[in-house]
Design a protein around this ligand. Sequence first.
Ligand SMILES: [Zn+2]
Length: 267
Amino acid sequence: MTTSIRFLGVAGYEIVANDKRILIDPFLSKSPFAPIQPAELETPDVILVTHAAYDHLGDTPEIAKLTGAPIVCGGDVKAFLEEHGIPENQIHPTVWGIVVEVNGVTIRPVESHHWSMTKLKSGQYITGTPMGFIIETEPGVRIYHCGDTAIFSDMKLIKELYKPTIGLMGCSQAQVLLGRANFAGKVLTGEMSPREAALASEFLGLEIAVASHYLDLEPTGKEYKEVQEFLSFVKEYDTTGKREALSMEVGEVLVIDGTSYRKENTI
Ligand SMILES: [Zn+2]
C-alpha cells in the first residue's frame, strides 16, 4: 500500500491512498503556479477545508459543483458554500474533537490557532472555527495538515493522543499573494516562522516534516529562504535523530511506500 501526497500550492494537497482521494484546501484557479485546474481534477471522495481564507477555501465551490464531492468544513465555510449553491446535504460541518467519517474517509479535526472569516453576498462578515486535520491513510501513515496555525504547546497533546507521522507544516507566505489580502500593514511572516514550524514538528513528534504554505521556490526569493531555514531548524530541534525534513515544488508528489518515501515530479 502507498500513500501519495501531491502539492497543489499554498496549503493545497491531493492525497491518494487505499482507493480514496482526499482534496485539502484547493486553491487553483487564482494561483499563478497551479499545476492543475479544477475541471481537470479527478473526483475526490472528500474535500477538506481548514478555514475560509481565499487561499484555502479556494476553488471548493466550483469543484464541489463539478464533482458532487462532499465537503468537511467549519460553520462559516458551510454558510458560504450554501450561498454559492452547494446543497446542504453535500456539506459536513464539524469542529475540533468531532471526528467524522465521510465516504469511507475518517477525518479528525484538531485545534488551529488562527481565524476563519469570510463575507456573504449581503456584505455581512461571518467567522467560524479554523481547523487542522489528521487523516490516517493506511496503518502507520497519519498525516497532519496544520491549516493555518500559530505554534501552540498543545501540539504535544496531539502527539501523545494521535501520533501524526507526516506533518504538512506552514512555514512561509506566498509572496505573490500578499497584495491580495487586506491587512492593516505589511505582512512580515507566515503564521509560523521557520523556527516555530520546526519546533512544532518536534512537539508533534513527526517522522517526516514537510514544508508548506508557499508557492515559489525560486532561489533568490523569500519563500525559498524560509523553506531552507525550516529544513535546517527541523534537524536542530529533532531529539529523535530520525526526523526527515523536505520541501516539494508545486506539482510534486510525495510517495510514502512502507517505511521509505520518494518524490515524483509530475509537472
Ligand atoms: Zn494561509
